[in-house]
Design a protein around this ligand. Sequence first.
Ligand SMILES: [Zn+2]
Ligand SMILES: [Zn+2]
Length: 182
Amino acid sequence: MTSIPAFRYHPDPIATGSAVADGGACELCGEVTGARYAGPILGRQAERLCLGCIADGTAAERLGRPDGSAEFSDGLRRQSDSLPSAVLEEILRRTPGYFSWQESYWLTHCGDGAAYLGRTGWDQIKDDDEALKALRDEAQELGMDTAAAQEWISRLSPDGDMTAYLFECLHCGVHLAYSDAN
Ligand SMILES: [Zn+2]
Ligand SMILES: [Zn+2]
């Protein structure tokens, strides 16, 4: 049986692809948990790392380099203004990250980090007004007009070269998203 710890900010890492089924033993703790981490490690690499070792901070500590703990998300340090430091530490060091092409973000709402739900695309969110609004706002900030934004959003897909990452606020439930391209 696969045992997946509860991650506040990444509730289903198997569904998002940040963990995969694996029958081997974790390199750090030796446990056979049925799954291994499959996301980015900013630190020393481990071929087979269980999610329990991420959840309890063992992986951050033991895969760290002399200059600091290992982290599992890139680029988030720039977001430190929008996240309480305890939340930032939990997301960076005790939460499975996810691969992205450009620097990743962890979207925030109601003063907290949001829950990462995975990659998404037009077919999945065409009726999701909240996610669409977030993507339209992002496109506008990038200088796209309404038609260009719609064209861009309609080409997003979960497994293509243009994708979006979907989040949900843990407090008010609003859907949030941002896009990425290879
Ligand atoms: Zn382990
Ligand atoms: Zn909220």
